[in-house]
Ligand binder design. Sequence first.
Ligand code: BG6
Length: 609
Amino acid sequence: MCGIVGYVGSKNATPILLDALEKLEYRGYDSAGIALVSSNGIEVKKTRGRISTLRSITGEVEAGGCTVGIGHTRWATHGEPSDVNSHPHLSRSERVAVVHNGIIENYIELREFLAEHGYVFSTETDSEVVSELIDYYYNGDPIEAVRKAEMQLKGSYALGILFKDYTDQIIALRKDGPLIIGVGEGENFIASDIPAILKHTRSIFRLGERELAILTKDGVTVIDKYGERIEHECEHIDWDVDAAEKGGYAHFMIKEIMEQPEVIAKTINPRIINDKRIDLGLKRITDDDLRGIKAIKIVACGSAYHVGVVAKYFMKKTLGIPVEAELASEFRYDDPIVDEHTLVIIISQSGETLDTLYGLREARSRGARVISIVNVVASSIANESEDVLYTWAGPEIAVATTKAYSTQLVLMNLLNWHIANVKGLMRDDEVARAITQLREIPEQMNGMLSDHEQMQYLASLFFNCHSVFFIGRNIDYALSLEASLKLKEISYVHSEAYAAGELKHGTISLIEDGTLVIALCTYRPLLEKMVSNIKEVKARGAKVIAIINHDDTQTEGVADHVVRIPECSEYAIPSLTIVPLQLFAYYIASHKGCDIDKPRNLAKSVTVE
Ligand code: BG6
């Protein structure tokens, strides 16, 4: 996810673009740039780093400077954060400059096509092909050039485009990526999101799918994908800037919970070929290497570790080899038994957690093969792994992870099935079926998220509780670890996750009248046992909320409250079960008035031991 902005009017564009980009840093902040067009041509200033770094190179804005420009703040997906990979991308001819939010899925094919026509590329990005492709088709008519280029693009794009020959206009185009038009007095704007332009105008409209807009200071013309001019009614935005940065949500955490279906799809889809084959794009670890793997260790911290505990259960079952999840801070001092036949999977949202990085180094020092699952491109863990699979969750602002956790979870499924297929343990048709079921998750999750009132209600009943026990068996136990951590880290309510069968060996002494127990009961083979465990704690005065399958009739009569997950495949159950538990933690913390996005004592990434 990146942030794009554009300004056309009578004022200096530079300070307007820089301020607007600062309001979009929550969309990406590893590099940034602006392009300005005037009779002297197109001038581009761009750099790795945050907007403050960009300010330092744009220098003092000369009075009466350029009044037309575009800007970009980047969250790298293809091509590491660097000066050259940052946007805007200026075509070699210097006739066209582009800022892009989204992913061009066929950029390699387009680079080859353009190279055959003499084009040379200087970046590793997918976005650079857009400026060169528009240049390729440009014969004096900017709209024709943009539309012809668009016909070749596959993927998602929100574009801001400048033409050297047209110093009074910006062209905008979108497909799948968000792009709003801000309508001012004698000035007009484009932006990925509302916060960027609220300071200047509250009249906006959202560009429709594959609509093209031509902005001058005097007006905005919109052309639909059929070439017809269309009008858009402006809406008046009455949010303040803070609310706007959160898309109208009260906190980044709830916004990111709601983004999970979208980012799960973004993380899965580019890795599925023809709806039935997995292509993880591994560069160093070959299929032969994977066939030789005799054991797997998943090494991480916090919620990333909890993904590993969930994945351990389904990988052991599929691959029939020892699979363990280990806390990185323990693994690195544990004299781990790993060798060249061990695959160590490192999971980290930030890619900078020091315990995890040292775990990675320990594994490599002992000859293990290392694949990492990381959300931040070119982070330390990504750079030191043999292969890295990026989650495309976009920047995660809330300290308590949700969307990164969910994208890690689905990516572990793809990795598991790829290894199983390579080892001959899963046939192609079984992989195809599993992929189909995995791709149903976003829709199923949307259904659960639209029904968040039940969790809001349950939180209103229990937000004053002093201690909560999450219990489950097998994968449900793994999920209870994450559910418990979510509650602790944002609401400061003490909580423990327990293997349900273990509770009676001591800790059940803590269960007393009114103690809240949340029983995860989705793992069908052990449901009977879970019903018994619920009866055990209820006999001691506990209140029980049970998370159950859509067709479970046993638990309903035993628990005080039940939360159903929809009918789904076994692969989808972990991803869906965690959603009500994230919401429960969020609403409890909300009722308690906690600082949800920045909980006390916590950091988004712990880069100390
Ligand atoms: C903790 C965070 O500091 O680090 C957790 O609060 C996170 O949310 C854990 O899961 C690991 O961080 P990362 O970036 O390595 O996934």
